[in-house]
Write a protein of this length. Sequence first.
Length: 541
Amino acid sequence: MNLLLFKENIDTQFPNEIEQEQVQTKVATKRKKSTSKKFWQKTHKWLGLIMSLFVLNFAISGIILNHREIFVGLDLPRWTLPGEYSYHNWNNAAIKGILPGENSNIVYGNVGVWKENSGKFTDMNTGFPSGMDNKNVQSMLKSEKGNLYAGTFNAFYYQSGNHWKQLILPTDEQRVIKILEKDSKILLLTRSEIVFFNDNPANPKFSVKQIKPEKGYIAQTGLFQTLWQLHSGEAFWMIGRLFVDFLAITFILLIFTGLIKWYLPKTFKKLKAKKEKLANRKKINLWSLSLHNQFGLWTALFLFLTTITGMFLRPPLLILVGANKVPQLPGTNLKQDNAWFDKLRNITYLPDEHRYVFATDEYLFSVDENFQENPEIYNYQPTISVMGTNVLETRHDGGVLVGSFSGLFLWYPKENLIFDYVNKTEYVPQMALTGPPIGANAVSGFGVLADGREYYFDYSTGSYPLNSDYFFPRMSEEILQKSGISLWNTALEFHTARIFRSLIGDFYILIIPLSGILIALSILAGFIYWFQAYKGKKLLR
């Protein structure tokens, strides 16, 4: 009782002091919340402004990359891009292979198909659809019957007269990456299956075969492939790609509405005398803020995930995911019955062993000539770049020539011997996939002329002789004029930030991870600020 009386006396004597303490506590709390809100607001605002051009670049180029089939016929002159994108000495995968003939040679690659005779080149691209993507020839073969075949990035062709005609394959995928002939039958390798047909374009009689899983196969997918398909939306087929397009458009909308919110308040003071214009601009400001909040709120999680997944698809963070495997995601395009779906990259035949050697985006495998057995991985094999093999050819002495962006190697599988074919030295392979994707010799092609001269083609620097002192014939002006760069490839250079290499050198590889961190932080800051500002009120006002 006495304690209650004492408390009442205290409250009666010092009411102002107690109320003042309560008020000060409330003010301090408000100030703390206000400071936090301002911090996240300014973080979101300035990071958004700084990264706006990068976000626009990633969004626009990403939409183009997601719909290659729409933009396939559109090219740009190479002179519109930095000098490294121009052709010189057959660089940039201009030549991927050579078909030697008695009096002339046929060269093929990113420039299409050209006939070379005494250093002069004749165009052989008649019949291909317009656009460099449609002329991107991956493999060619002249059969024993004299039929000429070409596998391009988008289709399979045979030559009738001087005109290329398409043969529709009985598979979903029409891209052909390697053509072989065995026992008067033609073998076509796509990225997922093998197609056989008779050497008769008029009556091909196609048959499709899937390679069996390797021994001990576990249904897994590379972490890189998983992140890539989630980033592009392809994991969920067309609807997934369209949703990612929507996210790209949302990024663009957020940039422009954010710029309006940043710019218009600065003009309000100047328009006080002109009430009509002031009112209109305030309406525009409120409208843009409403759009910014609504689209930003409902897509924040997806924008954040898209940003994070993109960061790991390029070096240096690519190294962290390149060798890792994860379970196939159920209900997605990654869940496949075909163990080799989108994994095949090259194939050749070993006649002495009656077996095929095929390459994936990781390793080399051996399988019987009838594809009845489970393939086996070679325990000792050349290093392959994660970007895949560009050369896989059987030599007369039983060796196999293996070329990728990791180098060019002569490999004897039975003897477990590997030689660096460029430097003519013995080579010890590095099986780990954690190294850089490009080695000292980024081999994009290889070929032998009719006179026996061998050449390999480096992606950056072009052609080099291997067994002679004769340089490969120079690119003609006609080839240079007719060989632009596809809009899709241009978008790829912008999306991966490689386009900035000419400005800042190898530091360009830091653009993707740094941009990803800053964009993700801007998204996070915007969401935290919104939550603090609108907490306790209606979801959107």
